[in-house]
Design a protein around this ligand. Structure first.
Ligand code: MG
Length: 166
């Protein structure tokens, strides 16, 4: 029986004016507005969900939370992560650690890193010491650099709980 499983996920959403910006479940002020999407478009949370699903070879976020389903219109990251972790396949596993990079030209994310770590730890029901979040700009290049989108990339490790743990 496997003791460890690694997962990798990415997500990219384009900016849209007049929408609130949510990253890792945090509402973050941004002059460009928020991100476009059927849900609340929390790209880092979506990348985490893809990494969780990938670790257990379950498919991807679109399979479980299709953007054609009205139930998920404006769905929060909190709702999507809690539904993911409630799947039977995740019982018996816990997060060893998660490492994320968010690529965004704007807003500057450094002042929000700790709040995002704490928020994501809460969503994943784990300790903040297991959550790493880094932010980079696009150096003015590409869709991130032109302030057209925010791109999130995540790798995480799950390990099997000891017998008797829930
Ligand atoms: Mg997404």
């Amino acid at each position: 029986m496997d003791k460890y499983r690694i997962g990798y996920g990415t997500d990219l959403h384009r900016f849209a004016p007049y929408r609130p910006l949510y990253l890792c479940g945090c509402r973050i002020p941004c002059r460009l507005g928020g991100l476009l999407g059927h849900s609340d478009a929390d790209a880092p949370v979506h990348a985490v969900i893809d990494a969780l699903l990938g670790a257990l070879c379950l498919g991807d976020i679109g399979h479980f939370f299709p953007d054609t389903d009205p139930e998920f219109e404006n769905a929060s990251g909190e709702m999507l992560i809690s539904r993911t972790l409630a799947m039977p396949a995740f019982q018996g596993w816990e997060l060893a650690n998660l490492d994320m990079t968010i690529l965004a030209e704007e807003p500057k994310l450094a002042p929000h890193i700790q709040a995002m770590r704490e928020s994501l730890a809460g969503l994943l029901k784990t300790d903040v010491s297991r959550i790493s979040i880094k932010a980079k700009t696009g150096e003015g290049l590409g869709i991130v650099g032109r302030c057209e989108a925010i791109d999130a990339r995540v790798v995480l490790l799950l390990h099997r709980k000891e017998d008797g743990q829930n």
